[in-house]
Design a protein around this ligand. Sequence first.
Ligand SMILES: C[S@@+](CC[C@H](N)C(=O)[O-])C[C@H]1O[C@@H](n2cnc3c(N)ncnc32)[C@H](O)[C@@H]1O
Length: 178
Amino acid sequence: MGDFLIPAPERVKQFAEHVVFGTRVLDVGTGSGILAKLAYERGVRDVTAIDINPAAVAHARNLLPHVTVLHGDLFENVSGVFDTILFAAPWSEGVIRTMFDHALYDCGVVERFFKNVRPYLATKGRIWLQYCDAFPENFSRLPQWISANGFQVECSWSYMAWGQLARRQVSVILYEIR
Ligand SMILES: C[S@@+](CC[C@H](N)C(=O)[O-])C[C@H]1O[C@@H](n2cnc3c(N)ncnc32)[C@H](O)[C@@H]1O
């Protein structure tokens, strides 16, 4: 493994097939910058991306000179309001020991995301969250994280994949949330 996550193509394809991009896009946990790149390629010119991992930030800045790439924890240093907020979240259970581990282990980050995202979402904006049922304890709490903060799932799409850490077939799910 490198210093940041190299995305599985099917994961990116799920966003490419379903996301309806608004005019202002925020990519939380941008990693390699792949979803911010997708937004830019779809014609969005107001794209902001953020990651907690400095190696990911350096890579994304290099890849995407026209995108504002910030270093920080979730919405730290983010200003403005966005029509489209993307978050390909970490979904596994485990302990974060290295910067790379932020790409794998949830450790409460999705719950914090929903507690704090509201001021950054435009009135008719949408959140596009990718998550997975690989770890039942995390997955079973997702509906509560969403509803406790006044959000609801508008639509969802899933595909089956091999879960490396769960060591079984898992379902990768993209949620459209408002
Ligand atoms: C599953 S990876 C997804 C990366 C990329 N968006 C993609 O689709 O390939 C999750 C990303 O979220 C980042 N991340 C995790 N916790 C974060 C936090 N608290 N603030 C910002 N980024 C975070 C990780 O460093 C990692 O790059």
